[in-house]
Design a protein around this ligand. Structure first.
Ligand code: SF4
Length: 729
């Protein structure tokens, strides 16, 4: 499908869904003569999108044209305190200002804060509200580097798993999505494919029609688990133990692929020794499975060819999540599953896209900042600590070397809803001396704390280029419609702010197309100079919408199978069962299972005996879409509910439908009890929602902690202990 075609009174424009999802769908937007988008549809020419969109984005025009969209820059009215605002009343706390006034005031305030407290007292906070290459990280990074503001360690979602995968393979590649149709066994591990990777599903269905089995490992009976041939509901955070138990059985029964191991891997002897400790009986005691089930799973996985593993990022959101991802990632290397087309595995394909990030983000601009060096790094998974502890100086962090955060600039994210330890984040954001700017489409939990709220664009309203973490196609997202009101995109916003801060570098005047050229390193011959994209031209992207990476151009003639030959970009050049890198850091070089501190085996379980899973809703994207009535209706059955095993409920005198209080030392919230006998006993679960939709004023993150993962410094949402009782409120 051409990127933009005319058809009578309508134009059809190729865009790309930029929400945080592996599928990165090609989206065709039909625009009428008046310039209004009247239809969105999946691009039938895109081999992964295959002409359909998920339920979240099929209704996308409800979001684009929502009457609640913020259309103009807003400034907090004098005397209005920061804090939760009732939904629908937010406008009353703000007054409309012009862009000129907002930009001048923000630039002046940031300049003053930088001069008085140092530029490292300014903290940008963004994540994957858009995963378009420009929207995610380009002009914004230039702006904050040039200013000398903190660098943000973007760890909240995928870092632990990504670092863990790279420790094993050196690069995030995986089995092509289209090749899953060839598998005879699909092992979905912490992967709710039907809920949030739905374009993989048709390939799995095709495989199943050809006799493949689908096994799902997930503590929760997701839509995907409900459709599986075998759902294994292990206890949260025990994935690593199970993977090691599978290794034990595989090695005990000689089911490993010695030829592949000898050629492609490093550290097999040490791994084999480690795996010996993980007998099926020990693993059964941790996971809640039987020893026979552990053996059966291992045998089925190791003896079925091709066997495809789809792991998703849920696995790594536990205290030992990095080790768990490493252990699971090693399974296809142990069995040689990469050798069989349709086998192998996928966590992310993002390592295949080599955008020119240096050119886009310009870290060299930090040398022109007052610091004359790169700024300190703040971990986004510990935002509460960054705002509260440093702000109050309780840890003595408010020093000239490590200044108190005095300004927070939020875009592409809603931290007051999604960041762990909600109450700490909220206390930090309530600080009267913290200057906060939020760029978003709607009033959110986070805008309740903003001094300025700036209107942002959807992917229909700006131009961008995009790869994916669930396929191998580069896509161009063309602007389909004008932004409503005075909404502006990230590139424009940070370019304008830079100029008002007096930054003279020409790069702050780059256009979207100029940045896309830089991202692709388009040369004088019109072709990209980036690896695997040398055949990509802007003209082709405009006319085709999507272009496969070079290695994926001829899947029928020369299929792509990763990790078939070395050297790999690891220290040994091989797949690493044993990591010298971790050993040098004093960490366990081999994967091992350590029960999370916050789990049924931890000391805190004496007071808080239930393991709490803060789940993502299938019809929201983290907190995105949760404000739209249509999406809320799709989630009505599980919204504001605490799902618990009837045995756990009975022990507490709780019946289905009772209001219940869930609490730990970090916070509490009130939800309605809902019985779910498919949950492992001792596990309760509630969905992430906006705090302002909860009667008790908080969301599931009131319970989660800022403790970080063993590898990668990620958030540990799924290592949370609570107690539950009938609510008297
Ligand atoms: S959210 Fe994912 S599945 Fe849905 S349209 Fe966007 S990329 Fe496609």
């Amino acid at each position: 499908m051409p990127a933009a075609t005319e058809s009578g009174a309508f134009r059809i424009v190729h865009t790309v869904c930029s929400h945080d999802c592996p599928d990165s769908c090609g989206v065709l937007v039909t625009v009428n003569e008046q310039g209004r988008a009247v239809k969105v549809a999946g691009d039938p020419a895109n081999p992964v999108t295959q002409g359909f969109l998920c339920g979240k984005v099929a209704k996308y025009l409800d979001r684009v044209y929502a009457p609640e969209r913020i259309l103009y820059p807003l400034k907090r009215k004098p005397g209005v305190a920061k804090g939760p605002l009732k939904r629908g009343s937010e406008h009353e706390a703000f007054e409309r200002v012009s862009w000129d006034e907002a930009l001048d005031a923000i630039a002046a305030r940031l300049g003053n804060i930088s001069a008085e407290f140092g530029p490292e007292s300014i903290l940008p906070y963004s994540y994957a509200g858009t995963i378009g290459v420009l929207g995610y990280g380009s002009m914004d990074r230039r702006f904050f580097h040039r200013m000398g503001a903190c660098q943000l360690d973007r760890t909240i979602c995928s870092e632990a798993g990504g670092v863990a995968w790279n420790l094993v393979y050196g690069k995030k590649l995986g089995t092509p999505t289209e090749d899953f149709k060839l598998a005879k066994l699909v092992l979905a591990w912490g992967a709710n494919i039907h809920g949030n990777n739905v374009h993989l599903w048709p390939f799995i269905e095709q495989a199943r029609r050809n006799g493949a089995r689908l096994i799902v490992i997930d503590p929760y009976r997701t839509r995907t688990a409900a459709l599986a041939d075998w759902h294994i509901a292990i206890r949260p955070g025990t994935d690593g133990a199970l993977a090691l138990g599978m290794m034990h059985v595989i090695l005990n029964e000689g089911l490993e692929d010695r030829a592949y191991i000898d050629t492609m891997t490093h550290g097999f002897t040490q791994l084999a020794e480690r795996a010996r400790e993980y007998t099926p009986e020990r693993v059964a005691a941790w996971t809640g499975m039987t020893a026979v089930e552990v053996e059966q799973l291992a045998r089925e996985y190791a003896t079925t060819r091709p066997a495809a593993l789809r792991m998703n990022y849920g696995v790594q959101r536990s205290e030992n999540g990095g080790a768990a991802v490493r252990a699971i990632a090693m399974l296809p290397a142990l069995t040689g599953a990469w050798k069989h087309r349709g086998g192998g595995g996928q966590l992310s394909t993002s390592g295949a896209f080599k955008w020119d990030k240096e050119a886009l983000e310009r870290p060299d601009l930090a040398l022109a900042s007052p610091l004359k060096r790169l700024a300190r790094v703040v971990n986004m998974s510990a935002l509460g600590e960054a705002l509260e502890e440093q702000g109050l100086g309780t840890k003595g962090l408010g020093t000239s070397k490590n200044p108190t955060v005095k300004a927070l600039f939020v875009y592409n994210s809603n931290p007051a809803a999604v960041a762990p330890n909600h109450n700490s984040v909220r206390r930090g954001m309530e600080r009267a001396d913290l200057f906060t700017v939020v760029h978003d489409l709607f009033f959110t939990d986070t805008t309740d704390y903003a001094d300025y709220v700036l209107p942002a664009t959807t992917f229909l309203e700006h131009t961008d280029v995009q790869g994916a973490y669930g396929h191998y196609y580069v896509q161009l997202s063309q602007q389909a419609i004008e932004p409503p009101g005075e909404a502006r995109n990230n590139v424009w916003l940070f370019g304008q702010l830079a100029q008002r801060m007096g930054f003279k570098e020409e790069c702050f005047r780059d256009s979207e197309m100029g940045l896309i050229r830089q991202a692709l390193a388009i040369g004088a011959d019109g072709h990209s100079a980036r690896p695997e994209m040398e055949h990509v031209t802007l003209d082709d992207l405009k006319s085709l919408g999507h272009i496969p990476l070079a290695f994926h151009r001829d899947p029928d003639g020369q299929p792509f199978q990763p990790y078939l030959e070395g050297p790999l970009p690891t220290p040994s050049g091989k797949i690493e069962f044993y990591s010298e890198v971790l050993a040098a850091q004093g960490l366990d070089p081999l994967p091992g299972f350590v029960a999370p501190t916050e789990s049924r085996w931890g000391e805190a379980a004496k007071r808080f005996p239930l393991e709490f899973l803060s789940r993502k809703a299938d019809n929201y994207m983290n907190s995105t879409f949760a404000n739209l009535d249509g999406h809320r209706k799709m989630e009505a059955r599980k919204s504001q509910r605490l799902e618990m095993h009837p045995k756990d409920a009975e022990a507490r005198g709780i019946a289905d439908g009772d209001p219940v209080r869930i609490w730990n030392d970090r916070g509490a919230l009130i939800l309605m009890a809902m019985m779910n006998s498919s949950l492992p006993a001792g596990v309760v679960t509630g969905q992430l929602d906006w705090a302002k939709f909860s009667g008790s004023g908080g969301n599931v993150n009131a319970l989660t902690s800022e403790r970080l993962t063993d590898i990668g410094g990620g958030a540990t949402f799924y290592s949370t202990l609570v107690e539950v009782g009938k609510s008297r409120e």
